[in-house]
Design a protein around this ligand. Structure first.
Ligand code: FE2
Ligand code: FE2
Length: 154
C-alpha cells in the first residue's frame, strides 16, 4: 500500500514545482515499499534517490525564487540546508549499520520524511503566490513587447 497518496490539496499552483513534489512523494513511497520488503539494498537505493532528487529540487526552487525576486529566499535556502544536513546524518547512520538496525533507521527516516514533505509543501505556499504573480507579469510584459515590436514593423 502507498504511504503517501497525492491529492490536489498538496499542489501549490506552480506546475513545475508540484510535479517535483509529487516525484519526491513517489520516492518516499518506494522507500516505504523497500522497508516493507525488508530489502536493505533497495532501502539504500531509495534513500540515495531521495537525497539526490531533493537537492536538485531545492536548487531549482532557490533559483526560481531568486529570478522572481522573492524577498525571503535566504531564509528558505536555510531551511533547505538544514534538511540536507539532517537527512545526511541519517544516511551516515544507515551506511554504518548492520542488516536489522538498517531497517529500523529506514523506518525512522520514513517517519521523518512523511512529516517533512507535508510541512515543506505547506510552507511553500508562502512563496507560490508571489512567484505566480511575477510569472504572470513576466508573460504580460513579453506579450506587450511583442505587440509593440510587431506594430513597429507593420
Ligand atoms: Fe522549499
Ligand atoms: Fe519544494
Amino acid at each position: 500500500m502507498e504511504l503517501l497518496k497525492w491529492n490536489r490539496s498538496l499542489n501549490i499552483g506552480v506546475d513545475v514545482i508540484d510535479k517535483q513534489h509529487q516525484h519526491i512523494g513517489d520516492c518516499i513511497n518506494r522507500l516505504h515499499k523497500a522497508i516493507e520488503d525488508g530489502n536493505r539494498g533497495a532501502i539504500g537505493v531509495s534513500f540515495d534517490e531521495i537525497i539526490d532528487y531533493t537537492i536538485t529540487h531545492f536548487g531549482f526552487e532557490e533559483d526560481l525564487q531568486i529570478k522572481a525576486g522573492y524577498e525571503f529566499c535566504t531564509a528558505h535556502r536555510r531551511a533547505h540546508l538544514l534538511f540536507i544536513k539532517r537527512i545526511g546524518v541519517f544516511k551516515q547512520q544507515f551506511d554504518a549499520s548492520q542488516e536489522e538496525e538498517s531497517i529500523e533507521i529506514g523506518q525512522e527516516v520514513l517517519l521523518m520524511l512523511r512529516r517533512w514533505i507535508i510541512n515543506h509543501i505547506q510552507q511553500e505556499e508562502n512563496y507560490s503566490d508571489f512567484v505566480l504573480s511575477r510569472m504572470k507579469e513576466n508573460t504580460a510584459d513579453k506579450e506587450r513587447s511583442k505587440g509593440w515590436v510587431s506594430r513597429l514593423f507593420n
